[in-house]
Design a protein around this ligand. Structure first.
Ligand SMILES: C[S@@+](CC[C@H](N)C(=O)[O-])C[C@H]1O[C@@H](n2cnc3c(N)ncnc32)[C@H](O)[C@@H]1O
Length: 332
Protein backbone atom coordinates (compact mmCIF):
# COMPACT_ATOMS: atom_id res chain seq x y z
CA UNK A 1 0.00 0.00 0.00
CA UNK A 2 1.20 3.49 -0.77
CA UNK A 3 2.24 5.78 2.06
CA UNK A 4 1.42 9.45 2.11
CA UNK A 5 3.94 11.83 0.60
CA UNK A 6 4.93 12.96 4.08
CA UNK A 7 5.56 9.53 5.58
CA UNK A 8 7.63 8.15 2.72
CA UNK A 9 9.63 11.27 1.92
CA UNK A 10 8.80 14.95 1.88
CA UNK A 11 10.32 16.58 -1.24
CA UNK A 12 12.85 19.30 -0.48
CA UNK A 13 12.86 22.71 -2.24
CA UNK A 14 9.98 21.44 -4.36
CA UNK A 15 8.48 24.84 -5.26
CA UNK A 16 11.89 26.08 -6.39
CA UNK A 17 12.51 22.92 -8.44
CA UNK A 18 9.21 23.24 -10.28
CA UNK A 19 9.67 26.97 -10.94
CA UNK A 20 13.24 26.56 -12.22
CA UNK A 21 12.83 23.36 -14.24
CA UNK A 22 9.34 23.19 -15.71
CA UNK A 23 9.23 25.89 -18.39
CA UNK A 24 8.10 24.18 -21.59
CA UNK A 25 6.77 20.88 -22.91
CA UNK A 26 9.47 18.25 -23.27
CA UNK A 27 11.24 15.33 -21.72
CA UNK A 28 11.91 15.60 -18.00
CA UNK A 29 14.09 13.20 -16.06
CA UNK A 30 13.89 12.64 -12.32
CA UNK A 31 17.08 10.66 -11.74
CA UNK A 32 16.29 10.12 -8.05
CA UNK A 33 12.60 9.27 -8.09
CA UNK A 34 12.36 8.22 -4.42
CA UNK A 35 8.72 8.38 -3.34
CA UNK A 36 7.90 10.41 -6.44
CA UNK A 37 7.29 13.66 -4.54
CA UNK A 38 9.21 15.93 -6.92
CA UNK A 39 7.99 14.00 -9.95
CA UNK A 40 4.39 14.42 -8.89
CA UNK A 41 4.84 18.16 -8.53
CA UNK A 42 6.57 18.43 -11.91
CA UNK A 43 3.81 16.44 -13.62
CA UNK A 44 1.13 18.58 -11.98
CA UNK A 45 2.95 21.71 -13.16
CA UNK A 46 3.20 20.35 -16.73
CA UNK A 47 -0.56 19.75 -16.73
CA UNK A 48 -1.39 23.07 -15.10
CA UNK A 49 0.59 24.92 -17.78
CA UNK A 50 -0.92 22.69 -20.53
CA UNK A 51 2.57 21.50 -21.39
CA UNK A 52 1.67 17.84 -20.96
CA UNK A 53 1.00 17.05 -24.63
CA UNK A 54 4.32 15.94 -26.01
CA UNK A 55 5.84 15.75 -22.55
CA UNK A 56 7.26 12.69 -20.85
CA UNK A 57 8.66 12.26 -17.35
CA UNK A 58 11.29 9.54 -16.98
CA UNK A 59 11.72 8.54 -13.33
CA UNK A 60 14.81 6.54 -12.35
CA UNK A 61 15.61 4.87 -9.05
CA UNK A 62 17.77 1.92 -8.09
CA UNK A 63 15.58 1.03 -5.12
CA UNK A 64 12.63 -1.33 -5.65
CA UNK A 65 10.68 0.11 -2.68
CA UNK A 66 11.00 3.61 -4.11
CA UNK A 67 9.78 2.49 -7.53
CA UNK A 68 6.78 0.74 -5.97
CA UNK A 69 5.85 3.80 -3.92
CA UNK A 70 6.34 6.23 -6.80
CA UNK A 71 4.38 3.93 -9.14
CA UNK A 72 1.38 4.24 -6.81
CA UNK A 73 1.76 7.97 -6.40
CA UNK A 74 2.07 8.70 -10.12
CA UNK A 75 -0.59 6.21 -11.24
CA UNK A 76 -2.88 8.82 -12.73
CA UNK A 77 0.02 10.11 -14.86
CA UNK A 78 0.81 6.69 -16.37
CA UNK A 79 0.35 7.92 -19.92
CA UNK A 80 3.07 10.54 -19.69
CA UNK A 81 5.54 8.93 -17.32
CA UNK A 82 7.94 6.05 -17.56
CA UNK A 83 9.52 4.63 -14.39
CA UNK A 84 12.76 2.73 -14.73
CA UNK A 85 14.80 0.66 -12.30
CA UNK A 86 18.38 1.75 -12.82
CA UNK A 87 21.35 3.74 -11.63
CA UNK A 88 21.56 7.39 -12.66
CA UNK A 89 25.16 6.59 -13.63
CA UNK A 90 23.47 5.23 -16.81
CA UNK A 91 21.28 8.31 -17.31
CA UNK A 92 22.34 8.75 -20.97
CA UNK A 93 21.66 5.13 -21.90
CA UNK A 94 18.32 5.13 -20.06
CA UNK A 95 17.15 8.32 -21.76
CA UNK A 96 18.18 7.01 -25.19
CA UNK A 97 16.44 3.68 -24.62
CA UNK A 98 13.16 5.09 -23.25
CA UNK A 99 12.99 7.79 -25.93
CA UNK A 100 13.78 5.20 -28.61
CA UNK A 101 10.90 3.01 -27.40
CA UNK A 102 8.54 5.99 -27.53
CA UNK A 103 9.83 7.37 -30.82
CA UNK A 104 11.03 10.61 -29.19
CA UNK A 105 14.18 12.63 -29.81
CA UNK A 106 16.42 12.06 -26.75
CA UNK A 107 16.85 15.76 -25.97
CA UNK A 108 15.84 16.68 -22.47
CA UNK A 109 14.16 19.84 -21.12
CA UNK A 110 14.93 19.22 -17.46
CA UNK A 111 16.87 16.87 -15.21
CA UNK A 112 16.59 16.63 -11.45
CA UNK A 113 18.99 14.84 -9.10
CA UNK A 114 17.93 14.97 -5.44
CA UNK A 115 20.89 13.14 -3.98
CA UNK A 116 21.34 10.73 -1.12
CA UNK A 117 18.82 8.51 0.58
CA UNK A 118 15.13 9.02 1.20
CA UNK A 119 13.53 9.32 4.63
CA UNK A 120 11.94 5.93 3.96
CA UNK A 121 15.33 4.27 3.43
CA UNK A 122 16.74 5.89 6.59
CA UNK A 123 13.69 4.99 8.66
CA UNK A 124 13.52 1.34 7.55
CA UNK A 125 15.62 -0.57 10.09
CA UNK A 126 16.22 -3.57 7.78
CA UNK A 127 17.99 -1.34 5.25
CA UNK A 128 20.71 -0.63 7.79
CA UNK A 129 21.31 3.05 6.90
CA UNK A 130 20.86 4.51 10.35
CA UNK A 131 22.82 4.21 13.57
CA UNK A 132 19.54 4.98 15.34
CA UNK A 133 17.77 1.85 14.02
CA UNK A 134 18.79 -1.65 14.96
CA UNK A 135 19.19 -3.75 11.85
CA UNK A 136 21.58 -5.55 9.51
CA UNK A 137 24.56 -3.40 8.47
CA UNK A 138 23.48 -3.28 4.84
CA UNK A 139 23.14 0.24 3.29
CA UNK A 140 22.64 -0.95 -0.30
CA UNK A 141 20.20 1.29 -2.17
CA UNK A 142 20.05 -1.35 -4.89
CA UNK A 143 19.51 -4.79 -3.32
CA UNK A 144 20.96 -6.44 -6.46
CA UNK A 145 24.40 -5.01 -5.66
CA UNK A 146 26.57 -7.61 -3.95
CA UNK A 147 28.71 -5.63 -1.47
CA UNK A 148 27.03 -4.39 1.70
CA UNK A 149 28.37 -2.19 4.50
CA UNK A 150 29.10 -5.24 6.67
CA UNK A 151 31.17 -6.79 3.85
CA UNK A 152 33.27 -3.64 3.83
CA UNK A 153 33.65 -3.45 7.60
CA UNK A 154 34.57 -7.15 7.78
CA UNK A 155 36.91 -7.49 4.81
CA UNK A 156 38.71 -4.16 4.31
CA UNK A 157 42.07 -3.73 6.00
CA UNK A 158 42.43 -1.32 8.92
CA UNK A 159 44.15 1.15 6.62
CA UNK A 160 41.42 0.93 3.98
CA UNK A 161 38.70 1.47 6.60
CA UNK A 162 40.56 4.47 8.04
CA UNK A 163 40.99 5.94 4.57
CA UNK A 164 37.36 5.65 3.64
CA UNK A 165 36.13 7.07 6.96
CA UNK A 166 38.48 10.01 6.51
CA UNK A 167 37.73 10.55 2.83
CA UNK A 168 33.95 10.07 2.77
CA UNK A 169 33.13 10.96 6.37
CA UNK A 170 35.75 13.71 6.87
CA UNK A 171 36.15 12.23 10.36
CA UNK A 172 39.39 13.26 12.10
CA UNK A 173 39.41 10.17 14.37
CA UNK A 174 39.27 7.82 11.38
CA UNK A 175 42.41 5.88 12.34
CA UNK A 176 41.42 5.05 15.89
CA UNK A 177 37.89 4.11 14.80
CA UNK A 178 39.33 1.78 12.13
CA UNK A 179 41.63 0.27 14.75
CA UNK A 180 38.66 -0.30 17.10
CA UNK A 181 36.62 -1.94 14.31
CA UNK A 182 39.41 -4.33 13.41
CA UNK A 183 40.09 -5.15 17.09
CA UNK A 184 36.38 -5.88 17.58
CA UNK A 185 36.11 -8.15 14.57
CA UNK A 186 39.27 -10.04 15.56
CA UNK A 187 37.87 -10.66 19.01
CA UNK A 188 34.17 -11.19 18.27
CA UNK A 189 33.99 -12.33 14.66
CA UNK A 190 31.89 -10.37 12.15
CA UNK A 191 30.36 -6.92 12.63
CA UNK A 192 26.97 -7.52 11.10
CA UNK A 193 24.51 -5.15 12.86
CA UNK A 194 24.12 -1.38 12.92
CA UNK A 195 24.04 -1.37 16.73
CA UNK A 196 27.36 -3.27 16.90
CA UNK A 197 29.09 -0.71 14.72
CA UNK A 198 27.44 2.14 16.64
CA UNK A 199 28.67 0.65 19.95
CA UNK A 200 32.24 0.39 18.62
CA UNK A 201 32.13 4.04 17.54
CA UNK A 202 30.57 5.18 20.83
CA UNK A 203 33.25 3.32 22.75
CA UNK A 204 35.87 5.19 20.79
CA UNK A 205 34.43 8.72 20.78
CA UNK A 206 34.74 11.53 23.28
CA UNK A 207 31.10 11.74 24.30
CA UNK A 208 28.34 14.34 23.98
CA UNK A 209 27.45 15.94 20.69
CA UNK A 210 30.71 14.76 19.15
CA UNK A 211 29.55 11.12 19.30
CA UNK A 212 26.50 11.90 17.19
CA UNK A 213 28.67 13.71 14.64
CA UNK A 214 31.13 10.83 14.53
CA UNK A 215 28.35 8.28 14.17
CA UNK A 216 26.79 10.19 11.26
CA UNK A 217 30.16 10.65 9.58
CA UNK A 218 31.14 6.98 9.78
CA UNK A 219 27.70 5.82 8.60
CA UNK A 220 27.79 8.39 5.77
CA UNK A 221 31.26 7.19 4.72
CA UNK A 222 30.14 3.58 4.53
CA UNK A 223 26.98 4.48 2.61
CA UNK A 224 29.01 6.45 0.05
CA UNK A 225 31.43 3.54 -0.38
CA UNK A 226 28.69 0.87 -0.67
CA UNK A 227 26.79 2.81 -3.31
CA UNK A 228 29.84 4.39 -5.02
CA UNK A 229 27.89 7.62 -4.64
CA UNK A 230 30.53 10.14 -5.65
CA UNK A 231 31.74 8.30 -8.74
CA UNK A 232 28.25 7.77 -10.11
CA UNK A 233 27.37 11.41 -9.43
CA UNK A 234 30.28 12.70 -11.51
CA UNK A 235 29.34 10.42 -14.38
CA UNK A 236 25.64 11.37 -14.22
CA UNK A 237 26.42 15.10 -14.27
CA UNK A 238 28.55 14.87 -17.42
CA UNK A 239 26.21 12.48 -19.24
CA UNK A 240 23.07 14.29 -18.10
CA UNK A 241 24.37 17.64 -19.40
CA UNK A 242 25.14 15.98 -22.74
CA UNK A 243 21.50 14.87 -22.98
CA UNK A 244 20.06 18.35 -22.33
CA UNK A 245 18.41 20.15 -25.19
CA UNK A 246 19.30 23.79 -25.85
CA UNK A 247 17.86 25.77 -22.91
CA UNK A 248 17.31 22.53 -21.01
CA UNK A 249 18.18 22.70 -17.33
CA UNK A 250 19.75 20.47 -14.75
CA UNK A 251 18.97 20.92 -11.04
CA UNK A 252 20.91 19.12 -8.33
CA UNK A 253 20.11 19.08 -4.62
CA UNK A 254 23.03 17.93 -2.49
CA UNK A 255 23.15 17.31 1.26
CA UNK A 256 26.82 17.32 2.18
CA UNK A 257 29.96 19.14 1.12
CA UNK A 258 31.51 16.20 -0.76
CA UNK A 259 28.55 16.04 -3.14
CA UNK A 260 28.19 19.79 -3.44
CA UNK A 261 31.87 20.21 -4.28
CA UNK A 262 31.53 17.77 -7.18
CA UNK A 263 28.40 19.48 -8.50
CA UNK A 264 30.03 22.91 -8.25
CA UNK A 265 33.20 21.75 -10.02
CA UNK A 266 31.48 19.90 -12.86
CA UNK A 267 29.09 22.81 -13.49
CA UNK A 268 32.04 25.26 -13.52
CA UNK A 269 34.02 23.01 -15.85
CA UNK A 270 31.14 22.72 -18.31
CA UNK A 271 30.59 26.50 -18.21
CA UNK A 272 34.22 27.31 -19.00
CA UNK A 273 35.28 28.06 -22.60
CA UNK A 274 38.62 26.74 -23.79
CA UNK A 275 40.85 29.66 -24.82
CA UNK A 276 43.87 27.47 -25.52
CA UNK A 277 47.32 28.07 -24.03
CA UNK A 278 47.93 31.45 -22.36
CA UNK A 279 49.20 34.22 -24.60
CA UNK A 280 47.89 32.82 -27.89
CA UNK A 281 45.29 35.61 -28.06
CA UNK A 282 42.50 33.76 -29.87
CA UNK A 283 39.52 35.85 -31.00
CA UNK A 284 37.19 32.93 -30.34
CA UNK A 285 37.67 30.06 -27.92
CA UNK A 286 38.63 26.63 -29.22
CA UNK A 287 35.45 25.37 -27.57
CA UNK A 288 32.65 27.31 -25.93
CA UNK A 289 31.34 26.43 -22.50
CA UNK A 290 28.15 24.43 -22.89
CA UNK A 291 26.20 25.62 -19.84
CA UNK A 292 25.56 28.81 -17.87
CA UNK A 293 24.67 28.97 -14.19
CA UNK A 294 21.06 29.76 -13.35
CA UNK A 295 21.85 29.90 -9.63
CA UNK A 296 25.14 31.72 -9.04
CA UNK A 297 25.11 30.68 -5.40
CA UNK A 298 23.35 27.54 -4.18
CA UNK A 299 19.74 28.04 -3.15
CA UNK A 300 18.92 27.02 0.42
CA UNK A 301 15.60 26.07 1.99
CA UNK A 302 13.63 28.76 3.83
CA UNK A 303 13.41 28.70 7.64
CA UNK A 304 9.76 27.82 7.21
CA UNK A 305 10.58 24.74 5.14
CA UNK A 306 13.32 23.69 7.55
CA UNK A 307 10.87 23.98 10.45
CA UNK A 308 8.54 21.50 8.76
CA UNK A 309 11.23 19.24 7.25
CA UNK A 310 14.54 18.94 9.07
CA UNK A 311 16.10 17.17 6.07
CA UNK A 312 15.92 20.50 4.20
CA UNK A 313 18.45 22.03 6.63
CA UNK A 314 21.52 20.85 4.74
CA UNK A 315 20.06 21.01 1.22
CA UNK A 316 21.85 23.03 -1.46
CA UNK A 317 20.32 23.48 -4.88
CA UNK A 318 22.42 24.33 -7.95
CA UNK A 319 20.94 24.78 -11.41
CA UNK A 320 22.56 25.22 -14.83
CA UNK A 321 21.15 25.80 -18.30
CA UNK A 322 22.48 24.31 -21.51
CA UNK A 323 23.37 26.87 -24.14
CA UNK A 324 23.92 26.51 -27.85
CA UNK A 325 27.38 25.09 -28.55
CA UNK A 326 28.21 28.04 -30.82
CA UNK A 327 27.37 30.96 -28.56
CA UNK A 328 27.48 32.15 -25.00
CA UNK A 329 24.46 34.39 -24.87
CA UNK A 330 23.72 34.17 -21.14
CA UNK A 331 20.27 33.82 -19.68
CA UNK A 332 17.27 35.93 -20.63
C1 LIG B 1 16.51 11.99 -1.56
S1 LIG B 1 15.72 10.61 -2.27
C2 LIG B 1 14.72 11.34 -3.52
C3 LIG B 1 13.37 11.74 -3.05
C4 LIG B 1 12.48 12.26 -4.15
N1 LIG B 1 13.00 13.44 -4.75
C5 LIG B 1 11.07 12.50 -3.63
O1 LIG B 1 10.59 13.62 -3.74
O2 LIG B 1 10.46 11.55 -3.13
C6 LIG B 1 16.98 9.90 -3.22
C7 LIG B 1 16.53 8.70 -4.01
O3 LIG B 1 17.50 8.50 -5.03
C8 LIG B 1 17.82 7.16 -5.13
N2 LIG B 1 19.19 7.11 -5.61
C9 LIG B 1 20.30 7.54 -4.99
N3 LIG B 1 21.38 7.33 -5.76
C10 LIG B 1 20.92 6.78 -6.91
C11 LIG B 1 21.55 6.35 -8.10
N4 LIG B 1 22.87 6.42 -8.25
N5 LIG B 1 20.79 5.85 -9.09
C12 LIG B 1 19.44 5.75 -8.93
N6 LIG B 1 18.80 6.12 -7.82
C13 LIG B 1 19.52 6.64 -6.82
C14 LIG B 1 17.64 6.58 -3.76
O4 LIG B 1 17.37 5.20 -3.84
C15 LIG B 1 16.46 7.40 -3.24
O5 LIG B 1 15.24 6.76 -3.47
Amino acid sequence: MSMTQDTFHKPVLATEIVALLVRKPGIYVDGTLGGGGHSLMMLRALFAARFHEGSLLIGIDQDDDALREAGEKLKEYDACSSLVKGNFRDIGRIITRVCGEKGLRPKVAGILLDLGVSSFQIDTAERGFSYMKEGPLDMRMDSDVSVSASDIVNTYSEQEIARLIYRYGEEPRSRSIARAIVAYREKNGLVSRTEELAAIIRGNAHGGEKVIKTLSRVFQALRIEVNAELDVLRQALFDGIDCLDEQGRMAVISYHSLEDRIVKRVFAEKARSDWGPKGVGLREPLAWGTVVPVTHKPLLASQQEIASNSRARSAKLRVIEKIHQGGCSGLQ
